[in-house]
Write a protein that binds this ligand. Structure first.
Ligand code: ADP
Ligand code: MG
Length: 341
C-alpha cells in the first residue's frame, strides 16, 4: 500500500537525513573511493594506499600519510556538515581544496560500517573512532596519517544494495576513479589492491611518466605537450595525436584546479580543436589540466562536483580551443600523424 500522505510534518532523524544525502554522495563504491582519496589529498598526503574487497562493497580501506586528525576532532570528522576546509561564504567562493561540504564521511557512515584511525605528527600514538560521530574515541596503533575503513556498504539500506552491479563492474569503477586521481597527482604515490592482490602501484614521478604509466605507451608515443597561459587561465598537459584517438571516449581526462571533471563545455572545446585533424567518429585522447583563480569557477554545482560552472564560459572555451588547436597545428604543419622525434 502507498505510504499515507496524511501525516503531520516532523523533522527527520539525523541518521535518516544522512541516508538521504548518501543517495547523492554515495552512489556506488567508487564514489566512496573518490571521497576518501580527495580527503587524503586535502590532508597533504604523498603516499596513499587503496585496498578493496569484493568490488569495494565488502571493504574500502584507504590509508594516507597526511596530517591526520586530532583525537578530539575525530567525532567531528564523522559529523554532518562539519569541515575543516571552509568557515565562511568567502572561503567557499575561493575554495582550493577538493572537499568542503563536510558531508562525505557522515553520509558514508550512514550506509556502511566506518572506522577512522588517525595519528597527527605530534601524537604519541593513533586514535580510532568507529560507527558514527557518537562513537567513542579509543587509543589505537598505526603510523602518522589516517586510515578510513569502510565495510559492508549499504548493509542497512537493502533497496540501494540491489542497484549494485557485479563485483567486477564495481571494481572497474573504483579502479577508474583511482586512475583519474592518480593521473592528476604524479607528485603522490598510489597503490591499489583488490581482494588482497596488488593491482597497480605508481611511484612519485612527473606528469610525463605518470600519464605514460596510466594511459599506456600508445598514448605516450603520440602526444603533444601543451602549456599555455592567458591572464588568469593556464592549460597544461598532453593532447594525443590523431593516431592515439579511440573508437570510445575513454581516453579523455580533464581537470579543473586539480579536480577531474566531465564538463560539456570543455569536451566541446577540445573536440572542436580536433575538427580538422580527426575523423568525426573518432575520440581524441588527452590529459589536460585547466588552472584558474578559484573565484572564477563554481564547483558547488553538484554533490560529486563532477560538473563545474565558469564565470566566463566563453573565455574558457576559446582559451582551451585555441591552445589545443595551436598545438595540433604545429605538428600537422611538419609531420602528419606521428610524434615529433
Ligand atoms: P570535507 O572533505 O568536505 O571537509 P568530509 O566528510 O569528507 O568533508 O571530511 C570531514 C573532515 O574530516 C574534513 O574536513 C577533514 O578535516 C577530516 N578528514 C577526513 N578525511 C581525512 C584524512 N584522510 N586526513 C585528515 N583529515 C581528514
Ligand atoms: Mg571530503
Amino acid at each position: 500500500a502507498p505510504i499515507s500522505a496524511h501525516r503531520p510534518i516532523q523533522a527527520l532523524p539525523d541518521q535518516l537525513i544522512s541516508q538521504i544525502a548518501a543517495g547523492e554522495v554515495v552512489e556506488r563504491p567508487s564514489a566512496v573511493v573518490k571521497e576518501l582519496l580527495e580527503n587524503a589529498l586535502d590532508a597533504g598526503a604523498t603516499q596513499i594506499t587503496v585496498r578493496l574487497e569484493e568490488g569495494g562493497v565488502k571493504r574500502i580501506a584507504i590509508t594516507d600519510n597526511g596530517r591526520g586528525i586530532a583525537p578530539e576532532q575525530l567525532p567531528l570528522a564523522l559529523a554532518r556538515h562539519a569541515t575543516s576546509k571552509i568557515a565562511s561564504l568567502t572561503d567557499l567562493e575561493n575554495v582550493a581544496t577538493l572537499g568542503f561540504r563536510g558531508e562525505a564521511l557522515a553520509s558514508i557512515a550512514a550506509v556502511a560500517a566506518v572506522s577512522v584511525t588517525s595519528r597527527t605528527a605530534d601524537a604519541p600514538h593513533a586514535w580510532e573512532i568507529a560507527g558514527s560521530h557518537l562513537g567513542t574515541v579509543a587509543p589505537s596503533s598505526g603510523a602518522h596519517g589516517t586510515t578510513i575503513d569502510v565495510q559492508d556498504l549499504y548493509f542497512n539500506t537493502p533497496a540501494r544494495r540491489k542497484f549494485l552491479k557485479s563485483e567486477q563492474t564495481e571494481y572497474g569503477h573504483c579502479a577508474e576513479v583511482v586512475r583519474r586521481i592518480a593521473l592528476a597527482r604524479p607528485d603522490v604515490a598510489f597503490s591499489l589492491s583488490h581482494n588482497g592482490r596488488t593491482i597497480d602501484h605508481w611511484n612519485v614521478s612527473e606528469m610525463a611518466r605518470r600519464s605514460a604509466h596510466i594511459l599506456g605507451n600508445d598514448f605516450a608515443e603520440a602526444r603533444l605537450a601543451i602549456d599555455e597561459s592567458a591572464g588568469p587561465l593556464r592549460v597544461h598537459g598532453y593532447a594525443g595525436l590523431p593516431t592515439a584517438s579511440k573508437a570510445r571516449a575513454d581516453g579523455q581526462f580533464f581537470y579543473v584546479n586539480g579536480r577531474y571533471v566531465r564538463d560539456k563545455l570543455l569536451v566541446h572545446a577540445v573536440r572542436a580543436a580536433y575538427q580538422d585533424v580527426l575523423h568525426g567518429d573518432r575520440f581524441p585522447s588527452y590529459v589536460l589540466a585547466l588552472d584558474l583563480d578559484p573565484a572564477l569557477v563554481d564547483v558547488n554545482v553538484h554533490p560529486s562536483k563532477i560538473e563545474v560552472r565558469f564565470r566566463d564560459s566563453r573565455a574558457v572555451h576559446q582559451f582551451v580551443f585555441h591552445a589545443v588547436q595551436r598545438a595540433l597545428a604545429k605538428t600537422s604543419a611538419t609531420d602528419h600523424g606521428n610524434a615529433p622525434a
